[in-house]
Design a protein around this ligand. Sequence first.
Ligand code: ZJS
Length: 174
Amino acid sequence: MNICVFLSAADLDDRYTAPAREFGTLLGTRGHTLIWGGSDAGLMKVVADGVQEAGGRLVGVSVTFLSGKARPGCDEMIVARDLAERKAELLGRSDAVVIMVGGTGTLDEATEILELKKHGMHDKPVVLLNTAGFYDGLEQQFRRMDAEGFLPRPLDELMHFTADPAHALELIGA
Ligand SMILES: CC(C)=CCNc1ncnc2c1ncn2[C@@H]1O[C@H](COP(=O)(O)O)[C@@H](O)[C@H]1O
Protein backbone atom coordinates (compact mmCIF):
# COMPACT_ATOMS: atom_id res chain seq x y z
CA MET A 1 0.00 0.00 0.00
CA ASN A 2 1.14 3.59 -0.60
CA ILE A 3 0.80 5.40 2.70
CA CYS A 4 1.16 9.16 2.89
CA VAL A 5 2.49 10.44 6.20
CA PHE A 6 2.47 14.09 7.24
CA LEU A 7 4.67 14.95 10.21
CA SER A 8 7.11 17.39 11.71
CA ALA A 9 10.40 18.31 10.11
CA ALA A 10 11.72 19.34 13.57
CA ASP A 11 14.13 17.44 15.85
CA LEU A 12 12.06 16.28 18.79
CA ASP A 13 12.54 14.27 21.95
CA ASP A 14 11.99 10.60 22.58
CA ARG A 15 8.28 11.00 23.39
CA TYR A 16 7.76 11.68 19.71
CA THR A 17 10.70 9.97 18.02
CA ALA A 18 10.12 6.50 19.54
CA PRO A 19 6.52 6.13 18.26
CA ALA A 20 7.55 7.64 14.89
CA ARG A 21 10.29 5.07 14.59
CA GLU A 22 7.88 2.30 15.61
CA PHE A 23 5.39 3.41 12.99
CA GLY A 24 8.05 3.54 10.25
CA THR A 25 9.35 0.08 11.15
CA LEU A 26 5.83 -1.39 11.07
CA LEU A 27 5.19 0.18 7.71
CA GLY A 28 8.43 -1.16 6.24
CA THR A 29 8.06 -4.63 7.76
CA ARG A 30 4.67 -4.98 6.10
CA GLY A 31 6.17 -4.01 2.75
CA HIS A 32 4.39 -0.70 2.36
CA THR A 33 5.64 2.42 0.58
CA LEU A 34 6.05 5.68 2.48
CA ILE A 35 4.88 8.71 0.52
CA TRP A 36 6.11 11.78 2.39
CA GLY A 37 7.61 15.22 2.08
CA GLY A 38 11.03 13.76 1.25
CA SER A 39 13.05 15.69 3.80
CA ASP A 40 15.99 14.15 5.63
CA ALA A 41 15.28 16.15 8.78
CA GLY A 42 13.58 15.72 12.14
CA LEU A 43 10.69 13.28 12.51
CA MET A 44 10.44 13.08 8.73
CA LYS A 45 13.86 11.43 8.77
CA VAL A 46 13.03 9.18 11.74
CA VAL A 47 10.02 7.65 9.97
CA ALA A 48 11.89 7.29 6.67
CA ASP A 49 14.84 5.57 8.42
CA GLY A 50 12.41 3.13 10.06
CA VAL A 51 10.67 2.31 6.78
CA GLN A 52 13.86 1.91 4.77
CA GLU A 53 15.73 -0.17 7.35
CA ALA A 54 12.73 -2.53 7.62
CA GLY A 55 12.60 -3.04 3.85
CA GLY A 56 9.85 -0.64 2.77
CA ARG A 57 9.99 1.79 -0.15
CA LEU A 58 10.43 5.57 0.03
CA VAL A 59 8.76 7.99 -2.35
CA GLY A 60 9.51 11.61 -1.51
CA VAL A 61 7.64 14.64 -2.79
CA SER A 62 9.83 17.65 -2.11
CA VAL A 63 9.35 21.20 -3.32
CA THR A 64 11.82 23.45 -5.15
CA PHE A 65 12.64 25.73 -2.20
CA LEU A 66 13.30 22.74 0.12
CA SER A 67 14.89 20.39 -2.38
CA GLY A 68 18.35 20.99 -0.84
CA LYS A 69 17.09 19.02 2.19
CA ALA A 70 15.79 16.11 0.12
CA ARG A 71 16.81 12.67 1.34
CA PRO A 72 19.31 10.88 -0.88
CA GLY A 73 18.76 7.21 -1.77
CA CYS A 74 14.98 7.20 -2.06
CA ASP A 75 13.26 4.84 -4.47
CA GLU A 76 11.72 7.91 -6.06
CA MET A 77 11.97 11.66 -5.45
CA ILE A 78 9.63 14.16 -7.07
CA VAL A 79 10.26 17.91 -6.79
CA ALA A 80 7.06 19.93 -6.98
CA ARG A 81 7.01 23.58 -8.08
CA ASP A 82 5.11 24.83 -5.02
CA LEU A 83 3.31 23.60 -1.91
CA ALA A 84 -0.05 23.30 -3.68
CA GLU A 85 1.40 21.04 -6.37
CA ARG A 86 3.23 19.07 -3.68
CA LYS A 87 0.04 18.37 -1.71
CA ALA A 88 -1.71 17.23 -4.88
CA GLU A 89 1.19 14.85 -5.66
CA LEU A 90 1.28 13.50 -2.11
CA LEU A 91 -2.44 12.76 -2.13
CA GLY A 92 -2.55 11.51 -5.72
CA ARG A 93 0.15 8.91 -5.10
CA SER A 94 -1.35 7.58 -1.85
CA ASP A 95 -3.98 5.04 -0.86
CA ALA A 96 -4.33 6.38 2.68
CA VAL A 97 -3.10 9.26 4.82
CA VAL A 98 -1.69 9.25 8.35
CA ILE A 99 -1.24 12.54 10.17
CA MET A 100 1.42 12.44 12.87
CA VAL A 101 2.63 15.15 15.24
CA GLY A 102 3.67 18.35 13.51
CA GLY A 103 3.45 22.10 13.22
CA THR A 104 1.96 24.43 10.62
CA GLY A 105 3.22 22.42 7.63
CA THR A 106 1.53 19.28 8.91
CA LEU A 107 -1.67 21.17 9.73
CA ASP A 108 -1.71 22.74 6.27
CA GLU A 109 -1.42 19.32 4.65
CA ALA A 110 -3.95 17.69 6.99
CA THR A 111 -6.65 20.31 6.58
CA GLU A 112 -6.30 20.32 2.79
CA ILE A 113 -6.83 16.57 2.46
CA LEU A 114 -9.76 16.73 4.89
CA GLU A 115 -11.30 19.60 2.96
CA LEU A 116 -10.97 17.68 -0.32
CA LYS A 117 -12.51 14.63 1.33
CA LYS A 118 -15.35 16.72 2.73
CA HIS A 119 -16.17 17.85 -0.81
CA GLY A 120 -16.00 14.29 -2.17
CA MET A 121 -12.82 14.85 -4.21
CA HIS A 122 -11.33 11.66 -2.74
CA ASP A 123 -12.38 9.01 -0.27
CA LYS A 124 -9.04 7.79 1.07
CA PRO A 125 -8.85 6.75 4.72
CA VAL A 126 -7.33 9.39 7.01
CA VAL A 127 -6.01 8.71 10.52
CA LEU A 128 -4.75 11.19 13.08
CA LEU A 129 -2.05 9.43 15.09
CA ASN A 130 -2.21 11.28 18.38
CA THR A 131 1.15 10.59 20.01
CA ALA A 132 1.58 11.56 23.68
CA GLY A 133 -1.72 13.46 23.69
CA PHE A 134 -0.24 16.07 21.32
CA TYR A 135 -3.51 16.41 19.38
CA ASP A 136 -5.96 16.22 22.30
CA GLY A 137 -6.92 19.86 21.76
CA LEU A 138 -7.33 19.44 17.99
CA GLU A 139 -9.41 16.29 18.42
CA GLN A 140 -11.65 18.15 20.84
CA GLN A 141 -12.02 20.96 18.30
CA PHE A 142 -12.99 18.53 15.53
CA ARG A 143 -15.52 16.84 17.82
CA ARG A 144 -17.04 20.21 18.60
CA MET A 145 -17.29 21.06 14.88
CA ASP A 146 -19.07 17.73 14.40
CA ALA A 147 -21.41 18.08 17.38
CA GLU A 148 -22.39 21.69 16.57
CA GLY A 149 -23.09 21.17 12.86
CA PHE A 150 -19.97 22.65 11.25
CA LEU A 151 -19.21 19.50 9.24
CA PRO A 152 -21.42 18.43 6.35
CA ARG A 153 -20.16 14.84 6.74
CA PRO A 154 -19.91 13.00 10.06
CA LEU A 155 -16.42 13.28 11.55
CA ASP A 156 -16.07 9.49 11.71
CA GLU A 157 -16.42 9.37 7.91
CA LEU A 158 -13.72 12.02 7.48
CA MET A 159 -11.07 10.70 9.85
CA HIS A 160 -10.16 8.29 12.61
CA PHE A 161 -8.22 9.01 15.79
CA THR A 162 -5.81 6.72 17.59
CA ALA A 163 -2.78 6.94 19.86
CA ASP A 164 -1.34 3.59 18.77
CA PRO A 165 0.85 3.18 15.64
CA ALA A 166 -0.31 -0.43 15.02
CA HIS A 167 -3.95 0.60 15.36
CA ALA A 168 -3.36 3.44 12.87
CA LEU A 169 -2.33 0.86 10.26
CA GLU A 170 -5.31 -1.32 11.13
CA LEU A 171 -7.64 1.64 10.63
CA ILE A 172 -6.38 2.21 7.09
CA GLY A 173 -6.43 -1.52 6.30
CA ALA A 174 -2.66 -1.80 5.98
C1 ZJS B 1 15.94 21.28 8.31
C2 ZJS B 1 14.99 21.85 7.29
C3 ZJS B 1 15.08 23.32 6.98
C4 ZJS B 1 14.09 21.05 6.75
C5 ZJS B 1 13.19 21.49 5.68
N1 ZJS B 1 11.84 21.54 6.11
C6 ZJS B 1 10.96 20.80 5.47
N2 ZJS B 1 11.34 19.85 4.59
C7 ZJS B 1 10.41 19.11 3.96
N3 ZJS B 1 9.10 19.21 4.16
C8 ZJS B 1 8.69 20.14 5.02
C9 ZJS B 1 9.58 20.98 5.70
N4 ZJS B 1 8.90 21.82 6.47
C10 ZJS B 1 7.60 21.50 6.28
N5 ZJS B 1 7.46 20.48 5.42
C11 ZJS B 1 6.18 19.82 5.05
O1 ZJS B 1 5.26 20.10 6.08
C12 ZJS B 1 5.24 19.02 7.02
C13 ZJS B 1 6.07 19.36 8.22
O2 ZJS B 1 5.91 20.68 8.60
P1 ZJS B 1 5.92 21.04 10.14
O3 ZJS B 1 7.27 20.66 10.66
O4 ZJS B 1 4.81 20.20 10.72
O5 ZJS B 1 5.63 22.51 10.16
C14 ZJS B 1 5.77 17.79 6.32
O6 ZJS B 1 4.78 16.78 6.18
C15 ZJS B 1 6.31 18.30 4.98
O7 ZJS B 1 5.63 17.76 3.87
